[in-house]
Design a protein around this ligand. Sequence first.
Ligand code: NIG
Ligand code: FE
Length: 419
Amino acid sequence: MNKNIIIKNASQLVTCSGFKAKRGKDMSDLQIINDGAVVIEQGIIRAVGKTGTTISEFDESRFSVIDARGKAVLPGLVDSHTHFVFGGYRAEEFSWRLRGDSYMQILERGGGILNTVLATRESKKDKLIEAGKKRLDSMLSFGVTTVEGKSGYGLDHDTELKQLEVMADLDNGHPIDIVRTFLGAHAVTKEYKGREDTYIDYLIDSVMPEVAERKLAEFCDIFCEKDVFSVEQARRLLSRAREMGFKLKIHADEIVQLGGAELAAELDAVSADHLLQASDKGIHDMAEKGIVATLLPGTAFSLREPYARGRYMIDNNSAVALATDLNPGSCFSESIPLIFALATLYMNITTEEAITAVTINGAAALNREDEIGSIDVGKKGDVIVLEFPSYEYIPYHIGVSTVEKVVKDGKLVFDKEKE
Ligand code: NIG
Ligand code: FE
């Protein structure tokens, strides 16, 4: 199939136009074109504008044509924080948490992340690929065209690399683009408990050089949390990571306020993620440096923790991204509709801001704001068509996907009407 598509007559073409993260008030600006069209040639957006003037310059017979009359069209969505490659499940832990156990108590007694580590070590690559593909298919149906995926369920050389290789294979074999992050510092196994610094040395000396050399991951991340890795340990690991060529992310201030947000600003990370407990200073430091605050409301919801202060962040000129955090423990959900429901109804984020947060700001959280996240000439032809005439239907149809069609790199890859 060729990668030439014209999408025309869109009641709203929600372009989210821009080539950098939007901060504060700018997050409300969706740059909408009524009766809009987008022309994609060889997988790249060539023209954007009013239908009449835009398509008149092109010979429609060379294109597949989608008539989006009565439908809103948006950029493909970017889920910029997930842990979607893992073995096994932890349904019993969900029940334990309902009965009162906390997420950290379960981890401390050897469950939680460590439970998934055992299952992921045992899983053969083809099984991980099969499960990963199913999860990607589901994400695609929600309009996601780029996803970030982390390692961190191996905590040893071979399994960390196995997870990253699985993501590389999936990237080649699935329409969704996958951005890979090395999260070897996600927890420590029993043999390293109390010797976290030794484990960090092991990652720096014996795992990360190969990950960097084989370009298996573009980002390096760490779970900086009380009883996991301290701010000092995070600083040491991430500083070395940067020297090796990784871009930086941090799981910061999720359960306890440790100063992860401040560290992200100090190290010029691309994003700091979670931030439920981030301090005012941390939030301001990040805003000043333009570091993306990636908020994961599904996790706060699932752990019954207070939501990150998204409204305060946007009011103080932060660039906020929203993502699912899909993982088998703290948030087993890839549901974009759930994220919209929580962000708008519980975090006081407006629909316009939430859309910016899963498009151009999600792209910026992956350092791809010049390539994806908006409908602009020169960007990838990643576009979604809704079943409804306006973007306002996205959170309004609570918990249900409003996505009818997904175009990735100029190819129709999902069509609800044909499912
Ligand atoms: O982002 N907080 C640490 N890591 C993941 C959860 C991982 C798991 O429980 O398997 C998170 O919430
Ligand atoms: Fe996470």
